[in-house]
Design a protein around this ligand. Sequence first.
Ligand code: CTP
Ligand code: CA
Length: 228
Amino acid sequence: IAAMIGGGPLAGRHVVVTSGPTHEPIDPVRYIANRSSGAQGTALAQALVELGAEVTFVTGPAAAPLPDHVRLVQVETAREMADAVQAALPADVAIFAAAVADWHVEGARNQKIKKTPDGAMPALEFAENPDILATVSKLSDGRPSLVIGFAAETEKVVEHATAKRARKGCDWILANDVSDATGIMGGSDNAVTLISDAGAEAWPRMSKKDVARRLAQKIVDAFADETR
Ligand code: CTP
Ligand code: CA
C-alpha cells in the first residue's frame, strides 16, 4: 500500500535482488541446476516493495511465483545474471539471494550429445562462473552502500559464513543451513544467522516471508541510523 501511494520508509531507494537458481547448459536439451526455488528472493522483493523500494529483480528460472511491482529481469545462466546485475546498477542496496551455479560447462555442445554404441560416457569440463556478490562488494566506484549475501552451508554454518563474508567483502551475510535434514532449500521456512560487523545474530526458524520482512526492516533501520 505504501508503495502504491509512493511512500514508505524505503521510498526512493533502489534495491537489486538476485534470486532463484541458474541453469548452465550442457547441450540444447540438458542443463545443470540446483534446488533453489526462488521463494526467499521473491519474499524479499515483495517485502521491499511493500516498504516503498524500487526493486530490480534479477532471477534465474525459478519455480516460485514472481514478485509484483518490480523491474523484472529474467536470465538463465550465471554469466547472464552477472551482466544483468551490472546493468541494473547503481543501487542503494544489493541482495544476493540467488543460488548461482559455481561452474558452467566449458564448450557446451550445439547439438544434443548422443549415446555411443560402445557405451562411452561423455566427459564434461567445467569453468568457474563469475562471483557476482564478490564483484559488486569490491566495486571501487558505485558500490551499493549495503551489500547483502546469503551463505548456503551444510556444516559449520556460522564459521563458514563468517569466512565467506570476509572473503567476499559484503556488509551482511545471512547464513543458512541447507543440509538435507533442514528441508530449507525448496521449503517454505528458513533458519538464518545474520552476520555483520556487530557479530552473529541467530534468528529463530520462521517462514521465508518473515525472514524477508525482518531483513527489510533491518535495512530500514540501517538507513535510519545513517541519517541520524
Ligand atoms: N554468489 C554469487 N555469484 C556466484 C556464487 C555465489 O553472487 N558465482 C552469491 C550467492 O548469491 C550468495 C553468496 O554469493 O549470496 C554465497 O553463495 P555460496 O554458494 O554460499 O558461496 P560460494 O562463494 O559460491 O562458496 P561455496 O559454494 O563453495 O560454499
Ligand atoms: Ca556456491
